[in-house]
Structures are given as C-alpha cells and as structure tokens.
Write a protein that binds this ligand. Structure first.
Ligand SMILES: [Zn+2]
Length: 429
C-alpha cells in the first residue's frame, strides 16, 4: 500500500490528483470510486486547476484508504474536509447530515477559489519534491500575503487564472520576499488596533492596484517597470501586457505592505486629520498635503507629490496617488475622529472595500486580453480600423519606451476598467 502525505492547506482535488500520480494514473481514472454531483470545473482552455471536491464521510474514508493515511490526517491538512454541508448520497433524499450514514462514497464538484477558504495558489514544486519525493503539482489554500517561498525565492501564483504558470522567480527582486517578512508585524499592528489584517491587506491591495493602472502615466516611474521585467525573467518583451497581468500582485506586493503600514501608523492618521482641517472647516484632501507627501516618500517615489510638474492627468484630485478606496479609508478615519455616527456604521469602517473597487483578477483580465487578441486577428492585422493607442512605459533598462495596442471593445475598455474605479472626466486608457 503506498502512502501519499497531504500538504497542509491542500485542496482535496490536488491531493486526489497526487494519489493518482503515485499510481501512475490520470486523476480521472480514480473518479469512479465516488458518485459525483456536478462536473469537473473547466473553461474554454480545459479543466481548471482550482477545482475542488467535497466528499461525504464514506467518500472521505475512501480517499484516506487510497492515500494510505488516516482520516484524521486528512481532516487536519485539507480545509475542504470540514466546515461545509455534505453532499447527499445518490438516490437518497437530500437531507443534510443523513447522507453521512448512507455508506456510499460520494462527492460534489466546485471551484476552490469560490469557497469559504479563499484563494488557491500553486505550491512550490521544489518544496513538494523535497517533502514527497514526487515531481507533482500541489494546489493549496494560501493567503495573498503568503505567496513567497523564501527557501527557493519563488512567488507562487494563483491557480485557475487562465495561465499555466506556477511561479515567478524572485532572485532579482529581493524586496518582494522582504515585504512578506515585514507583513507579520503589520498584521500584528492591525490586530492591536482592532482591525482584521486580511481586510487591511485587501484594502491596501485595491488601492495599489488602482495606482498600478495609473502608473502607466507616471513618467518618472522606474521601480515597477524594472521589477516587472525582473519577474518576467529579464524582459517582458512582446508579452508585456500578459506579464503585466500575471505578475501584478507580486510586483505591487512591497507597496501593498508599505501602504498597509502607513494607514495603520498613528502619525500618518494624524496627517490625514491635519489635512482634513483638524475638526474645523473641512478641507478637501490635497495631493500635495502632508499625508500624500509623506506617503510618496515612504513609497520611494517623492516626485509623486510634486504636482507642480507636468499635470498628472486622469485624477479627480489632480494627484497621482488618488484612488477611490484610499479616499474612502481616509474619509472614514476623519468621520470617526469627528465623532460622526451612523446606526449601521456606514462610512465609519476604514477597511470597508466597495465591490466595484475590488481589483480585477488575473483571470478576468486575461480573458479580456484573449478576446482583444482574437478580435484583432479576426479583423485583420490593422485591427479593423480601430485606432492603435500608444502608451509610455519603462523598459528593463529604465528607458522610456512605447507600446502600442488596439483600442477597442476588448482589453482596455472592457472588464479591467469596468472593475476598477471610474475616473471622472477621462476615458483613461
Ligand atoms: Zn520552495
């Protein structure tokens, strides 16, 4: 009997797939051991890597037998083994809990990232190989601030995002791993202030992702382009837009952690209060106010607060660091400080993130990119008369360069912009 140890946080489907691998089989060959509800999640590219399965007790027992481990070990390692209603056994009434005793192994399909345990990412293949002696892919539930394998200097990518890349190399961008080392202190600060660290991270990430879109217009920006090319293996080259989507969360990770620390810093909250008028007549936040000036310095980009230079367009406040979720957060701080009240706490939660402020996932953006490419092919190499839009960016040597892409109904005006805050009075890019 062979034994396959589960990896902590692994999806049940990932574990089942690895068992099949040890038997020298495709995962599908093991499926007849269970009766299934639903079908394996797939998209136009094939089966999704972020599939998950929920098993009834008899089904869990069967999996433990096949894996040669105790059910207890699986309960401890596999998040999907607990916490969700059991699938009804086939042929029996769908009475929750009773299916447990009906004795026939059964399972139900779902998409892992849509579940309560959060996003799933690929595990580090080198760590898995060391652990299991197997050259196999692990998919596990892991928080967005735990994507760095410090041992092997890799960023583990989200699974199921319409690309088959598992990781990015971080050796040329050590600041990404450093940010992960810095995060626990930020999380402790958040918890001490009564905030949920996960919500603080999500808000900070949304703000930085909005900047990521603006940054194509930041003429002095050097940090992100250099880091992006580094994570793309040296040069994103002709796949610039693809890499810009796939590597985004890794590239902006240091700024995400830095911004979270800034927002939790009482001194910075004091600057917000100062800029707002200290309880007297309300002043609108200015891009060259004390808060934004210090924020720009802490981001390593002091020129961002220099609004006297060429106009930073596309921004309601006239400042390049403007982002809807950031203003919501700052506004909540000032309302709390002013003693404002609302029966439902509306406007008083600095970490509340509006649904339309959530950054588009790589999955959504890659679909839009593919549709745009398809539309360009379908209408001839000139893009069917749609205007080509040229955008400035920094190449890997820090030189200003231009990229061109077609302005149409796809990538640029599609879901990417639809899922981030609209910027008043400007079509953006
Ligand atoms: Zn590793």
């Amino acid at each position: 009997m062979l034994r396959v140890a589960p990896v902590a946080g692994e999806t049940t489907w990932s574990y089942l797939s690895r068992i099949a691998g040890r038997y020298g089989m495709e995962p599908a060959a093991l499926l007849p051991w269970w009766t299934w509800t639903g079908s394996r999640p797939r998209d136009d590219l094939g089966p999704r890597d972020d599939a998950e399965i929920l098993l009834n007790p008899a089904g869990q027992q069967r999996l433990a037998q096949l894996g040669g481990v105790s059910e207890r070990a699986l309960v401890q390692a596999l998040p999907a083994f607990t916490g969700e209603p059991l699938p009804p056994a086939p042929g029996s009434p769908a009475l929750r809990g009773e299916a447990a005793d009906s004795g026939r192994p059964a399972g139900r399909w779902k998409v892992a990232s849509a579940g309560e345990h959060g996003p799933v990412a690929y595990g580090c293949a080198l760590c898995t190989a060391v652990r299991s002696g197997q050259d196999s892919v692990v998919v596990r539930y892991v928080a967005p601030w735990q994507r760095v394998c410090a041992r092997h200097q890799r960023w583990m990518l989200t699974a199921g995002d319409r690309h088959r890349h598992h990781h990015l190399y971080l050796r040329a961008a050590p600041e990404v791993a450093a940010a992960q080392r810095a995060w626990p202190k930020v999380a402790r600060t958040a918890a001490a202030a009564g905030a949920d660290p996960g919500r603080v991270f999500a808000l900070s990430h949304a703000v930085v992702c909005a900047w990521w879109e603006h940054a194509l217009e930041w003429e002095q920006e050097q940090i992100w382009p250099v880091r992006l090319h580094a994570l793309a293996g040296g040069d994103a080259g002709p796949r610039f837009w693809w890499w810009r989507i796939v590597a985004r969360d890794a590239v902006v990770f240091p700024e995400t952690v830095a911004l979270a620390a800034v927002l939790l810093d009482p001194g910075m909250q004091e600057r917000i209060w100062d800029d707002h008028g200290r309880g007297g007549p309300v002043h609108p936040f200015r891009p060259d106010g004390a808060f934004f000036r210090e924020l720009a310095v802490r981001l390593g980009r002091p020129w961002l607060a220099n609004t006297g230079q060429a106009p930073q367009t596309g921004l309601v406040l006239g400042g390049p660091l403007h982002a809807g979720p950031l203003l919501d957060c700052m506004g909540a701080f000032t309302r709390i400080r002013r003693g404002q009240q609302h029966p439902n706490g509306y406007g008083l939660d600095p970490w509340w993130l509006r649904a339309d402020h959530r950054p588009a996932s790589a999955r959504v953006q890659l679909r839009a990119l593919a549709e745009q490419a398809g539309a360009a092919r379908g209408s001839g190499s000139n893009g069917g008369g749609a205007p080509m839009v040229r955008r400035l960016y920094r190449d890997r040597h820090g030189r200003a360069a231009m990229v061109s892409y077609r302005r149409g109904d796809g990538f640029d005006l599609g879901s990417q912009l639809a899922t981030r805050p609209r910027v008043a009075g400007r079509a953006s890019y």
